[in-house]
Ligand binder design. Structure first.
Ligand SMILES: C[S@@+](CC[C@H](N)C(=O)[O-])C[C@H]1O[C@@H](n2cnc3c(N)ncnc32)[C@H](O)[C@@H]1O
Length: 163
């Protein structure tokens, strides 16, 4: 039997943090009076994601102590997850079946594991520019892939929102 631990799955490339401007983009699509779960912070003390979301007026829960796979917090998951074990993450998202906005490579939408979710609740917010993630203190200057916000059960006006 082959079972990979989270530690083994964990890749250096998963350590890119999200700039504030990415969270600014989605604020209009987050309902007021919900608690956001920044679910992908485990072992990460450099991400300012939770601070940024709080500064933008959101109530946020999350912690570098918490494993996504062992918790279920807040009303809406808002995060930028690791990209190297997305299938495992989507299995858990399907189990939780709760609303989320996740920043992901745009190619994620064509993956088989997205079909684990109820298709009628899947929507996308597509930024008009490439997001430059932050590694350590430094913003990347040339991120080499496009990302979008994959949304679930967010009840947005349009299935695809271009921003
Ligand atoms: C792409 S980084 C984004 C960090 C942060 N969410 C942000 O947007 O700035 C993905 C993060 O997921 C975290 N992570 C990896 N495995 C996790 C797990 N099982 N549970 C929670 N977080 C995890 C790591 O801390 C990693 O830094």
């Amino acid at each position: 039997m082959c079972s990979l631990s989270i530690k083994q799955d964990f890749k250096n490339d998963d350590q890119y943090n999200t700039p504030k401007e990415a969270w600014e983009m989605i604020i209009p699509y987050i309902p007021k009076n919900v608690t956001i779960w920044e679910a992908f912070m485990m072992g990460n003390t450099s991400s300012k994601s939770m601070d940024y979301l709080s500064e933008l007026g959101c109530e946020v829960v999350g912690s570098p102590e918490l494993d996504f796979f062992e918790n279920d917090l807040g009303d809406v998951i808002v995060s930028n997850p690791p990209y190297s074990f997305k299938k495992k993450i989507f299995k858990r998202l399907a189990e939780l079946d709760k609303p989320f906005i996740l920043l992901l490579p745009i190619s994620t939408i064509s993956k088989q594991f997205v079909k684990l979710l109820k298709r009628e609740f899947i929507q996308m917010i597509i930024p008009d520019k490439r997001i430059q993630f932050i590694k350590g203190e430094d913003p990347l200057k040339r991120c080499w892939f496009d990302t979008c916000f994959l949304c679930y059960k967010m009840n947005l006006e349009k299935d695809i929102t271009f921003i």
